[in-house]
Design a protein around this ligand. Structure first.
Ligand SMILES: *Cc1c(COP(=O)(O)O)cnc(C)c1O
Length: 466
């Protein structure tokens, strides 16, 4: 039976909006949003009553419900990365440097993104970004699109000129999210001339493809897997020399955007300056992998080819937006020196931190947890963490995590994901692991509080079950 009494007791929207409890909401959020939230709450309560439930229908409860709706975090919302994976694709890859965050704030309103302030007329989009990229990489020309997949699509569309593209069979990769080189090729109406075999490709294989009419050579970094054993591939400089002899451009998709000298990274990853020096006509990479900036596709290379890409109709469809461009420019400015970049770019700190620094961070979390929750059973354990995000497939960075011994670590991990700022931890060998490598000091304190809260609730539940 429907409880008509309860239905009649539901307050009217107007009565809620006139109530004292609603005044603060109206002041902060305005009439339109507050009214909509109140209506949503009343609608939910009505449905609950029809479902034979007995919700609290007081005006105070309705206002509280509306406040929760109005203050709900916008998705994508902030989370704390306790996985130790610096370029976690699910968590949005690279976190931005403070300078980049400020630049995004500044670019939210009107900007001079395509306006020349000195001349008072239309200007070049990303002028400073492109100049910084030329300085940092040593290339002749540069410009940016919205991600690396788009950069590759544009390169193939603009430069293949209807001729087949020579790609090694060992490099016909799928990069997560269904992005396959062969499908990108199909998308721009081109044809792939497969070269060599899965494990071994030689220069003579490429040469045969060129003799067969291939009009472009593409080298793709196998960024998310690693081949070992009886393998062979052709180095970029040899490919560039071959391309030159046949007057065919060479494109390198190097994926992760390591722009500092190789000695600055604790692993081997194809670097941007090396690809420029090897003579690649065009090279493309991501902005939000090892570069540590926002999602972006960065195109560097020889002026004539970069210009063909810039004026191609597809370039407009994959244009980078002002917020990303601001963040990217601010990130690139940090690359004035290797020391500055390693000090200011979060991803570089995370992958370059030494064992002592990482141990200290994990100890800080342990101390904060024990201060709040002296009975917690926790200890530091060594970890091995991947870089993540489709980069450096064979690197395993050493680190430390705080291991929490618990009856049901998966349930604790789930409870941490429900914290006001969700904490993304790992579950391994019957323990909950919080790797602090990708956390700021402030996040370590927040995570400690969230952990103390769920451990406390866990103990309380255990007590109730006895
Ligand atoms: C990551 C990656 C891509 C895709 O880059 P997005 O910026 O995510 O579009 C393409 N190619 C390679 C080799 C990659 O590593």
């Amino acid at each position: 039976m429907i409880d008509e009494c309860a239905l009649r007791a539901l307050p009217q929207t107007d009565a809620v909006l006139r109530a004292n409890e609603c005044a603060a909401l109206l002041r902060v959020h305005g009439a339109g949003l507050t009214c909509a939230a109140v209506k949503t709450v009343l609608h939910t309560l009505r449905a609950q009553i029809l479902d034979k439930k007995q919700p609290d229908t007081s005006i105070a409860a309705v206002c509280e419900g509306a406040a929760l709706l109005l203050r709900a975090p916008v998705s994508p919302r902030r989370v704390i990365n306790a996985s130790g994976i610096a370029l976690h694709t699910g968590l949005g890859r690279a976190p931005l440097a403070l300078e980049a965050r400020e630049a995004v704030q500044n670019a939210c309103g009107y900007t001079d993104i395509e306006y020349d302030l000195a001349k008072g007329r239309r200007g070049e989009r990303g002028k400073e970004t492109n100049a910084l990229l030329r300085d940092i990489t040593g290339c002749e020309a540069a410009f940016c699109v919205n991600n690396n997949a788009a950069a590759l699509l544009l390169a193939l569309s603009a430069l293949a000129k209807g001729r087949p593209v020579a790609v090694s069979r060992g490099e016909l990769v799928e990069i997560g999210g269904g992005f396959r080189v062969s499908e990108i090729m199909a998308l721009c109406g081109g044809k792939i001339e497969e070269v060599g075999t899965t494990n071994r490709t030689h220069l003579r294989d490429y040469e045969a493809a060129l003799k067969n009419g291939a009009g472009l050579i593409l080298k793709v970094h196998t960024s998310n897997f690693y081949q070992s054993g009886f393998t062979a591939s052709v180095e970029l400089d040899a490919l560039c020399a071959l391309g030159k002899r046949y007057h065919v451009p060479v494109i390198a998709d190097i994926g992760s955007g390591a722009v500092l000298p190789p000695r600055e990274y604790p692993f081997d990853e194809p670097g941007v300056p090396q690809a420029v020096a090897a003579g690649a006509d065009v090279l493309v990479f991501s902005g939000d992998k090892l570069l540590g900036g926002p999602q972006a596709g960065i195109i560097c290379g020889k002026s004539a080819f970069v210009e063909q890409m810039r004026v191609h109709p597809l370039a407009r469809a994959v244009r980078i937006d002002k917020l990303s461009l601001a963040a990217l420019t601010a990130t690139l400015r940090l690359y004035v020196s290797a020391a500055a970049a390693k000090e200011r770019v979060p991803v570089l700190q995370m992958v370059c931190h030494d064992a002592d620094a990482l141990r200290e961070k994990a100890l800080r979390l342990q101390a904060a947890v024990l201060a709040l929750c002296p009975d917690a059973s926790c200890a530091l354990v060594p970890t091995v963490r991947p870089v993540g995000g489709g980069s450096v497939p064979n690197a395993a960075l050493p680190g430390f995590a705080l291991a929490i011994n618990a009856r049901a670590p998966a349930a604790l991990a789930a409870a941490l994901r429900e914290a006001p700022v969700p904490v993304i931890a790992l579950v391994r060998d019957h323990a909950l692991l919080l790797d602090t490598a990708c956390m700021t000091d402030a996040e370590i304190d927040e995570a400690a509080k969230a952990l103390a809260f769920v451990l406390f609730a866990d103990v309380a539940n255990e007590g109730a079950a006895l």
